[in-house]
Design a protein. Structure first.
Length: 415
């Protein structure tokens, strides 16, 4: 039986919301460009968000939100699809975009299902491709406020260990801050490939993962066996929670605190899913932050400078809900929003220092995947401990097949 990352393959449904009577957050649906679905992957200090939204023909285009709900279609670099994966305070965006060319090896690096070449790009008024270290494909994930952009890209090295159609090795990359500047971040000794999808912190430190091409797949989302911190280009291993299959540094804040995911040592060889728990590293020491309630797995996507963490938590059947972690407590984000919201929040993708959260949800009326923004309804929401009604358990809700497919392919790809 093939082992799967439970986290990335929501299988049977999500958990029904049991929202707080006094909501901490108001929720906004960020809309589309005429299609049914949308996703969001980043929010900056001023509350502008970036992601991808469906156009009328079903393709998706990168977008940037503006004042009073406006949304700007950023287009593509010649192909059908693009995604904005993150942005900084100055609204510089990290992009992945298809081109009009088919990949010569039949690769699907962007994960859009078209097998077109996927290139990393930066948008700061116009979309500009970023340099590659010899291969055909790459993805830009997130910029910091210094203009450094994290991501990954193929090299020119062929590797027979890669699972078809992937043919070339790939490495973590740091672009900028100067135009055309590119630094390849080496994997740990003994590893051959790596990636990062966290923005560099203010010191230029980056986290991610490395492994060999057979143990570090890119689709449906990247994961690898060894969590890594890159400091001035030097890779340092981050110890995991005792497992051997998954170690990922997801994000690092300006204080150097790192959160990510590790698998546990108590894996059941006969169970088809890997059990991953959110992990925090302070000074390189790992701490298991657990899950929402009795959930099976949890994985973070973002850590702000107030040590608030967002991500998703899933039970052992793949039923997932967005979470917020603060003051040592993890809570289902659905318990903090208005009870009449049509959105079920499945995956929280980013949180800024003001506490505004963006992520991906399912519209419980239409079954469509939607991008949401959750704005604190009162100042204390960003720091207060959770109340009893906010910590209560939720119950399952079926998830439509179309939403399951989109969630399984794309949710963590942007982070």
């Amino acid at each position: 039986m093939t082992t799967k990352l439970l986290f990335f393959l929501p299988a049977l449904g999500v958990l029904a919301a049991a929202q707080s009577q006094t909501p901490r957050y108001t929720v906004i649906d960020l809309g589309t460009f005429g299609g049914a679905s949308a996703a969001v992957y980043g929010v900056n200090a001023t509350g502008r968000a970036a992601g991808a939204a469906a156009i009328s023909n079903g393709n998706q285009h990168a977008y940037l939100t503006g004042i009073e709900g406006t949304k700007y279609d950023l287009g593509t670099l010649g192909g059908a699809n693009s995604t904005a994966n993150g942005l900084n305070a100055g609204a510089t965006l990290a992009i992945e975009s298809e081109t009009a060319q088919k990949d010569p090896f039949g690769n699907d690096f962007c994960g859009f299902g078209t097998n077109h070449i996927c290139v990393p790009a930066v948008w700061n008024g116009t979309m500009t491709p970023l340099p590659l270290p010899g291969g055909n494909n790459g993805v830009a994930f997130a910029p910091n406020d210094r203009g450094q952009i994290s991501g990954m890209a193929e090299t020119a090295v062929k590797d027979s260990a890669c699972a078809a159609p992937q043919t070339l090795q790939y490495e973590a990359i740091l672009w900028g801050p100067n135009p055309g500047q590119m630094q390849v971040l080496p994997p740990l000794p003994g590893d051959t490939v790596g990636f990062t999808f966290a923005p560099p912190n203010s010191k230029g430190q980056v986290v991610g993962s490395s492994g060999t091409c057979d143990t570090t797949p890119l689709l449906p989302v990247p994961f690898g066996p060894h969590a890594v911190l890159w400091d001035n280009g030097t890779a340092t291993a981050l110890p995991n929670l005792g497992g051997a299959m998954v170690g990922v540094g997801a994000t690092i804040n300006d204080a150097g605190t790192i959160v990510g995911g590790s698998d546990l040592p108590s894996e059941n060889p006969g169970f088809p899913f890997v059990q991953i728990h959110m992990t925090m590293w302070n000074n390189g020491v790992p701490k298991d932050l657990g899950t929402v309630g009795t959930d099976f797995s949890s994985l973070p996507t973002w850590l702000n400078n107030h040590n608030q963490i967002v991500g998703s938590s899933c039970d052992d059947q793949g039923n997932c809900r967005a979470f917020l972690w603060q003051n040592g407590q993890m809570v289902d984000l659905n318990s903090l929003i208005p009870a009449n919201s049509p959105l079920y929040l499945v995956f929280a993708e980013s949180i800024n220092d003001a506490g505004t959260i963006v992520g991906n949800a399912v519209n419980t009326v239409t079954g469509d995947m939607r991008a949401f923004m959750a704005i604190p309804a009162r100042t204390s929401a960003a720091t207060a401990s959770f109340e009893a009604d906010e910590l209560r358990v939720t119950t399952p809700l079926p998830l439509p097949q179309t939403a399951r497919t989109l969630l399984g392919r794309r949710l963590w790809r942007g982070r």
